[in-house]
Design a protein around this ligand. Structure first.
Ligand code: HEM
Ligand code: HEM
Length: 373
């Protein structure tokens, strides 16, 4: 499931770039990347990390299949926004997404209650992320049935989803993933997660309602950007730049963090109408989501393909996926900056970066079959 969704995410990212280049509706390209690619993968990754954070067993039965239900919801949303499915498909996507997310949220909360000892503070970031997704879907549902609210509902939906759902699950996971990828502990990660959550939530709430209260925009940008800057400074103090930049997976995660800070700066500007907001969608995709997902998959896919103790096959696959990680990350950062500035040439750099991940992935998966040497 995890390997399938990892590969699907890469295909969905390529599809999103293709749709944007071919001139499809911008919302269709955005949902190919975010709702078809990222959303189910985030569910699957949470299914992997929640048992780790609560020191308990993995997901089974219905919960195990929920990422596929979210993929279905994402495909419905993509079809409707692209004009290939009738409008009611959008209502179907919202309903399916809300029900599946609530079921998943109840499972995560149950895991937290039954945890052996205190659950890791990262769990509360996942609960908050899923809460943002439910809210984002309910809000856009309200906007669809009550047109006067549509403008504000759309703005709340997109900020709750990008900064809230994706942002919270990403930063919550990065605190655990970065030390794992570097193979050395971060004794301050849990404290940072506990301290940062209220600031992050205040920033997301601010950005979600800033469509109606523009003065909140810069405040929200400082809060969300500040949390990411504090995380970057924390990593620098604990691990040092040389280690962070020395490995393809960690350099990619680092660049994703830098990308989010840049996007918060852009958020402050577009919130005050000093630059177009739409460019931030492509900027978020190329400058944050792509380095985040490729960096995380470079570390996680080898573990998912070869679970248990480290084997030479796992090390080999990680080597293949991380080899071009640093150049890929720089391509994504440059693509994000260009797209933010409204330069479509950024799409070519993003496509090159995705190809530099997809081809080694294909080679790695074909050469190193799952479970084998
Ligand atoms: C089942 C899931 C989803 C549904 C039904 C849905 C529905 C919608 C709708 C109806 C719009 C307004 C489109 C327009 O006015 O043209 C929208 C916009 C948007 N949504 Fe979603 N959405 C879903 C999931 C997501 C997710 C998971 C994300 C991000 C993580 C996301 C990010 C956005 C963004 C960035 C926009 C603005 C796109 C643009 O104008 O370019 N959505 N969504
Ligand atoms: C903390 C960061 C952010 C803040 C404070 C912020 C704030 C705002 C505000 C206040 C508006 C409303 C502007 C208006 O009245 O038309 C807006 C619009 C918008 N924002 Fe953000 N934003 C942030 C980050 C992002 C990110 C990361 C994305 C990318 C996914 C994004 C995408 C958009 C889009 C697409 C619009 C609507 C543009 C339009 O259709 O006219 N924002 N933002």
């Amino acid at each position: 499931m995890l390997i399938y969704l990892g590969c699907c995410a890469v295909l969905a990212f390529a599809l999103a770039i293709g749709l944007a280049v071919l001139g499809a509706a911008p919302a269709a390209a955005a949902h190919a990347a975010f709702a078809v690619g990222a959303m189910p993968l985030v569910f699957a990754a949470m299914g992997h990390f929640v048992p780790v954070l609560t020191r308990s067993g993995g997901a089974s039965g219905t919960v195990h299949r929920l990422p596929l239900v979210m993929q279905g919801a994402g495909l419905l949303a993509l079809g409707a926004l692209g004009g290939w499915l009738p409008g009611w498909a959008l209502h179907g996507a919202v309903s399916l997404g809300v029900v599946a997310t609530v079921v998943f949220l109840v499972w995560v909360l149950g895991k937290g209650r039954k945890a052996l000892g205190r659950p890791h503070p990262g769990l509360r970031w996942y609960v908050a992320a899923l809460g943002c997704l439910v809210l984002a879907l309910v809000v856009i549902g309200v906007g669809l049935v009550w047109p006067p609210a549509y403008r504000l509902a759309r703005l709340a939906h997109l900020h709750l989803n990008t900064l809230g759902f994706i942002g919270l699950s990403a930063i919550g996971t990065l605190h655990v993933l970065m030390p794992t990828a570097l193979g050395r502990p971060d004794p301050l990660a849990a404290t940072r997660l506990t301290r940062q959550l209220p600031w992050m939530l205040a920033g997301i709430a601010g950005a979600a309602v800033a469509g109606g209260l523009p003065w909140l925009g810069p405040v929200a940008a400082v809060l969300v950007g500040g949390v990411m800057v504090a995380t970057l400074v924390g990593w620098w103090r604990v691990h040092g730049w040389a280690r962070l930049c020395g490995d393809g997976a960690t350099a990619s995660l680092l660049v994703a963090g830098v990308g989010l800070v840049v996007l918060c700066g852009a958020g402050a500007l577009h919130g005050l109408a000093l630059m177009p907001g739409r460019a931030a969608v492509a900027g978020f995709f190329a400058g944050f989501l792509l380095p985040l997902v490729t960096g995380a998959l470079s570390q996680l896919l080898p573990v998912w393909c070869h679970p248990g103790p480290v084997t030479p096959a796992r090390t080999r696959l990680r080597g293949i996926l991380t080899r071009q990680g640093r150049i890929r990350a720089l391509l994504f950062l440059a693509a994000g900056l260009l797209l933010l500035a409204g330069q479509v040439s950024g799409a070519a750099l993003a496509a090159l970066g995705v190809a530099l991940f997809a081809l080694p992935l294909l080679r790695g998966l074909l050469k190193v079959p799952a479970g084998g040497e």
